[in-house]
Each structure stands twice: as C-alpha cells, then as structure tokens.
Design a protein around this ligand. Structure first.
Ligand code: ARG
Ligand code: GLU
Length: 727
C-alpha cells in the first residue's frame, strides 16, 4: 500500500515535471532542481549557473540580440542556427561566391570572415535588485510617476552598481514589474563567419516545412569569437586572437532516446503566459484572424510573381520568408489555442483565483482585477484592431506605404526638431533607401496594395479610416497612386528629396502616395495610438497586480516569469506526440526522410548531390547509428522565438542538439503551454558534425571539438582514431 502510494506520487510528480516554464538560471535551487533530477539530470544546478566557478552559462552567449549560440571549442568557436547567421552569410555572398547556395567553410583561421554589426553577449552574473529599483516609489500615487521613478532608479543603478570597465550592467524587469534583475554582461564585437552548409541543407524545407514536424533541416552555422590579447572584448582588428572561453560544451555522440532528459539554455524573446481569458479571446477571434488575412493576401500576390519570374524570386525570397514566418505561426497559434481549450481553461483558473481572493480576504486589493480586465480589454478592442491593421497594411506589408511612412516621419521631425534634424535624416534616408529599392518591384507591390488597402477600408474599424477612402474606387486609387507617385522609383525619390525642407515638403504634399499615407498616419497617430497607449498602460498595471496576486495566492503553482530576452533554462524530455486522432509522431527523423522529401531543382526541397552520394554509400562515419543518419528530434522543452540556436544539453552537460523551431500544433505555447502537444524542434548534433566532417571536410573544425561518448565510455582520443580510420 505504502509503495503504491509512493508510486502514484512519483507518477504525479513526473507528469507535473513536464509542465513547461522558462526559469531564471540563478534561481534553480529547490523545485526546479528536484524536477530536473527527477527527469534524469545528473548535474547540480551549480554546474548550470555559478558565479564562483565556470558553468554552462559561460558557454551560452546571446547571438546578436535575437538568437542564442554556444561555445563548442577552447578557441571560441560558436554554433548557432543557419537562419540566425543568414544575414552574415548573405552579406558575404555574391554571384561569384554564392555562400547561401553553396555553403561556406573556412579551412584555415585566416579565411574566417569578419562581420560588421555582429556581436555576442555573455552573462557574467545575475543579481536580484528589486529592492533597489523600487526604492522611493511607495510614496508615489500615480502610475506614471511610479514608472518614471523606476526608470530613473534603473538608469542610476546601471551606472553605480559595480562592474569591470569592459562590462555592462543591464537591469531587466520580471513578473510584469514585480521583480528586477541585474545582468552584468560582456559583449564581443569581433565575431567571424566560420562555416555554413548550403541552404539546401541549412534551410531544407524552407517555408513549407517551417513550424512543422517531421522536420529535416540542418539549421546550423558556425562563427568564432575574437578578443584582444587580454581575452577581453575589442572591435575588429587583425591583431585579435581567438577568444578563450571560461567554459565550452563537450559534444556527445551518444545520441538521444525517447524520454531522455534534455535542457535547453538560451534567450527566449517574449511570451504572454498570464493573460486573462478575455485577452486570449481577443487574440483568437479578432487580432490573429485580421493579421493572418492581411498577410495571406500579400503572400499570395508575391508568390504568384515569384513563381513566374526568377529575378523577382531572388528579390522577394527573404521578404516572403519574413512575412510567412509569423503568418504561419499565428495560424498554428490560433488553432492550438482553440484545440487546447485555452480560453475555457483560463476561465476556470480565473474562477478558482477569485475564490482564493475571497478566502484570503484580499477582495479590496485583488477582487476587481478580472472585472477590470474585462472592462479595459473591451475598451481597447477597436484601438487594438485598428492599430494592427495600420501596422500590417502600412508599416509591414505594403512596401510603398512603409517607405512613404518614412517620409511622413521626416515631416514630423521637421515640425518637432527643426531644419538640422530634418537634413540629417534626409541624408540618411537617401543613402539607406538604395538597399530598399534594389529589391523593390513596383508591379508586385501595386498588386499587394490593391488587396491590402481594400481590407483596410472594409475590415478595420470604420471610425479610424480617413473619410476620403469611403466609397473610393480601389482600382482607380491603385492606378493613381502607383502611376503618379515618385516614391515607386529610387531615382525619382532622390530628386523628390533634393532641396530645402520647404521645397521637399511641398513636393511630398503633391505626391499621391504621400497624401494617402499622411491621412492614414494622422488618423493613427492622433486618434488610435494615444488612446491605445493610455488603455494599455492601465492593462499593464492590472497585469502587474494580477501577477503579484498569483505569486501570493498560487504559491504551489509553477509561476515562471514571462520571457524577456534574458537567459533562461527550460527542461523536459525527448518525446513524440499525438496531435490528432490516429496520428502519432515519433520524436526522431533520419536522412532517409530528406531523400523522401527530395524534389530535384525545387527551391525548398532540392538536395545537394554530395549528400545523396553519402546517403547512397551510407558513409556516415562515426556519426550514424545502426546504418542510419539521425537528423532532427523533438522534446517537451518550453521555448520561443530567440531560443533559436540554443544548445540542447543532456543530463551530464554535453551538447546533443541545437534548438531551431517548434511544432505546428504547439505554437500557442507563447500564450498557453499544453504539455500534450507543445514540442520544440532540435537538429541532432550528430547531423551537424556529419555535415561538417563528411560533407564539408572541415576536419580543422572537428579537431577543435571535445567529442565524448559517455554511455559507451570511449575516450576522446579513441574517437579521434575512429574518425581517421579508413572507412
Ligand atoms: N520558425 C523558425 C523561427 O521562428 C524558423 C524561421 C526561419 N525559417 C523560415 N523558413 N522562415 O524563427
Ligand atoms: N525559429 C525561432 C527563432 O528564431 C525559434 C522557434 C520558436 O519560436 O520557438 O528563435
């Protein structure tokens, strides 16, 4: 009986142990540590984060503010995703040296390519500074004053708190402003491109496979951090030397099995896990469908042109992928929120919360929260919808409108800051716009405009649509704007921008595109944005109190702070899933699947000849298993955008994979994490090494790594011998 009870308890524990969460690495003692050990972790939390000795965190730098990377050699070699290194790879590419298509490999350090504007940031230490940040706000009554004081405190603490001269202090807010943490960081600015597979491997499956399992993408690229001769951050210089890390990740060739422990360490960008049901309802029923419909139309137009014209395909490939990424995510998110009954579940949790408030005698403090949410979300609805239409139609997806909006900002700048500011911005614009017009095709954009302006007029809240657009003939308007505006052509734009401010503004005011954008933007900046901001500030303040209440009243719950681009630990296990009736997904894919998807010459599913040859010869070296080459796997780790490139780490602290995506049915995990269907997608580290070694022949890089085989207890030297053995 007693042991049965224990078993049951253990079962419950294990089920709970899969509930997701993104945890602060310096606060893992207690509940997290117990859970991780239960899941099979063999390390201590000190091995993950420590200020006194080197730990995993010393091997996990933020990659250029948006992705994650990990150090894998004593010479500062780092690994991240192909899509994270994409810009750098593209910048070095030309028709002659097309690294995107063919890949790039530096077989000697001298061949590594420096990158402007590419940096990685390490965390030196993390400290709770809540009390210091909140000093002096108790006596203030208005929300605006409190926020102002907090910002002042943050600014002065960032200056005064101790750090070395080459380091930075960054203070970030957690739990909606209930906790503040200091991050002491070191940022390295000499980061060079070392290796990238061809896009047919690194981006295999492209948009069709994006957010989807089963997946077969070798989404990785390699860079190296360079430091000055004291091993400190320095701007690019020939004299710089490879950075010597405090820690680098050994790489395990053991591979993964279902239910194995995994830990993903990285910089998740943004989540909203504590939204009230009413907010999720708005996302599911109004905001997501509106944004999806706008992008749906834009994508269809672009796709039509891209399929017919190769030059347009090149011009629009990256823009298309950018629009498609979140379009696809919102569709998956909306479906997932519905399917998992997120709204109903939240409503139940809210009812339970309300009971707890009453039981705790906290009605005065927390009793009205949910009603206030209800009121404020109702009030913000038309502003939020109108704002999303403005952002999606004007700022994001109609290129002519977004470039014209820059001119609108130029006029605002003149009004607010005067002639000098105007001239500076004007010069910047003229120079910067060359890039934009290089990939701009007026014929494509005209068709996008025709579709999107129609949606804007018909579907966005009437009261914020300029009067002149009521009953307008869309076709005539489109022809007039694209026929008359100087902004469809770089040469005409430069001409339009010549002269003093008065002349330029005069010319702009006679431009059809400008007239239109000015009307739309005036409506937005005067009637939508201020009201939206005002209500949104109230909502943020409610959200802060709601969070505080949950921390107080739901102590036993797994309250983790929403993602905020700071370093987090998430853990779980390797696990398949069942997204719908009669459909079971296994957690692993193999090279066989790449060949199954192979479409010769296709822009998404082509396969390089050499990879096919290796496959046919089953020439997998020491990286294959039982005659098969593993490619990707999935797990229950709770990740989001920003976790791209994050290391997937095994129970002992070895690298086993590289995070790069989530599965379609689980993309709602930013709002509601359902352990049954939320999975992160990782590329198997053995596939990465196989491509580096057998496909690219980059032995120089493989030789830098510390490759281990803990389960088979094969020494690193023996592994090296095996590698060079004739096969
Ligand atoms: N969905 C992944 C992420 O959110 C990968 C995006 C890059 N790949 C693409 N096909 N657009 O970043
Ligand atoms: N691809 C995403 C990124 O760039 C990671 C996938 C996700 O959103 O979970 O960070």
């Amino acid at each position: 009986m007693k042991s049965l009870k224990l078993l049951l308890l253990l079962l419950v524990f294990q089920m709970q142990a899969q509930q997701g969460g993104m945890w602060i690495p310096s606060l893992l003692q207690g509940m997290n540590e117990r859970e991780m050990k239960n899941l099979g972790m063999k390390m201590s939390v000190e091995d993950i984060y420590s200020v006194n000795k080197s730990s995993l965190k010393d091997a996990v730098p933020h990659f250029n503010g948006g992705c994650t990377s990990e150090v894998i050699s004593p010479k500062g070699l780092i690994l991240t995703n192909h899509h994270c290194g994409f810009d750098a790879i593209q910048t070095h590419s030309s028709v002659k040296n097309d690294y995107l298509t063919n890949g790039f490999w530096a077989y000697k350090m001298e061949d590594e390519l420096p990158n402007e504007d590419l940096e990685v940031t390490f965390i030196v230490r993390i400290e709770d500074v809540t009390a210091k940040v909140l000093e002096g706000i108790a006596t203030l009554t208005s929300e605006a004053d409190k926020q102002k004081k907090i910002q002042e405190n943050i600014a002065s603490l960032s200056k005064s708190l101790p750090k070395e001269s080459w380091q930075e202090n960054k203070i970030r807010t957690f739990y909606e402003g209930n906790q503040y943490m200091l991050f002491v960081t070191e940022t390295f600015k000499d980061v060079r491109l070392v290796g990238a597979p061809p896009s047919a491997i690194g981006k295999f499956g492209s948009d069709t496979d994006n957010w989807v399992w089963p997946r077969h993408t070798g989404d990785f690229s390699l860079f190296r951090i360079y430091a000055d001769k004291n091993n400190r951050p320095a701007a690019y210089s020939k004299e710089n030397v490879p950075y010597v890390p405090k820690h680098f990740l050994p790489i395990s060739l053991d591979g993964v099995a279902e239910d194995d422990f995994t830990l993903v360490f990285g910089y998740p960008g943004r989540t909203s896990e504590y939204l009230p049901a009413v907010a999720i309802e708005q996302i599911v029923n109004e905001l997501n469908p509106a944004k999806i419909e706008v992008r749906d139309k834009a994508l269809k137009v672009q796709d039509g042109f891209m399929r017919k014209d190769n030059a347009i395909k090149i011009q629009y490939a990256s823009k298309y992928a950018g629009i498609a990424n979140y379009w696809k995510k919102w569709i998956g998110e909306t479906q997932g929120l519905k399917k998992s009954n997120a709204i109903e579940i939240k409503k139940k949790q809210e009812a339970a919360f309300q009971d707890k408030v009453v039981k705790a005698g906290k009605q005065a403090e927390y009793g009205n929260l949910l009603a206030d949410f209800e009121k404020n979300y109702k009030e913000i609805a038309p502003y939020a919808l109108s704002r999303d239409y403005f952002i999606e139609v004007v700022l994001r997806n109609t290129e002519l409108l977004s470039v014209t909006y820059k001119m609108y900002q130029l006029e605002q700048l003149l009004n607010n800051k005067g002639e000098q500011a105007f001239n500076d911005r004007k010069t910047n614009l003229i120079n910067g716009l060359g890039e934009f017009y290089k990939d701009f095709n007026a014929a494509v954009d005209e068709k996008v405009f025709e579709q999107l302006i129609d949606l804007y007029i018909k579907k966005s809240p009437k009261q914020f649509v300029p009067e002149s657009l009521n009953n307008v003939n869309i076709k005539a308007l489109t022809a007039e704007v694209y026929g008359q505006s100087a902004l469809v052509d770089y040469k005409d734009v430069r001409e339009l921008l010549t002269g003093d401010s008065k002349t330029v503004i005069e010319k702009l005011k006679n431009d059809k595109a400008y007239q239109l954008v000015r009307e739309m933007a005036d409506k937005f900046t005067k009637e939508v944005a201020p009201k939206y901001d005002e209500i949104n500030l109230r909502i943020s303040s409610l959200q802060r109190t709601y969070m505080k209440a949950q921390l107080e009243l739901n102590k036993e719950a797994r309250n983790f702070p929403d993602a905020n681009s700071t370093l987090r630990v998430t853990y779980g296990k390797v696990k398949g899933y069942e997204p719908k009736d009669a459909t079971i997904y296994k957690p692993f894919t193999y090279l066989d699947g790449v060949l199954e998807k192979y479409i010769p010459g296709d822009y998404e599913f082509d396969v390089p000849k050499k990879l096919i040859d290796l496959y046919n010869a089953k020439d997998y070296g020491i990286y294959g298993k039982n005659g098969k080459m593993p490619v990707c796997f999935i797990g229950t780790n709770h990740t989001t955008g920003g976790n791209s490139g994050s290391p997937a780490i095994d129970a002992q602290g070895n690298l086993i994979g590289l995070n790069f995506d989530r599965v379609w049915e689980g993309t709602m995990s930013d709002i509601y994490y359902d352990p049954a269907i939320c999975r992160n997608v990782m590329v198997d580290i053995r596939y990465v090494l196989f491509i580096m070694d057998k496909y690219a022949g980059a032995k120089n890089l493989i030789d830098e790594l510390k490759i281990v085989h803990p389960k088979q207890n094969i020494s690193t030297t023996k592994i090296k011998k095996l590698r060079y053995k004739k096969r």
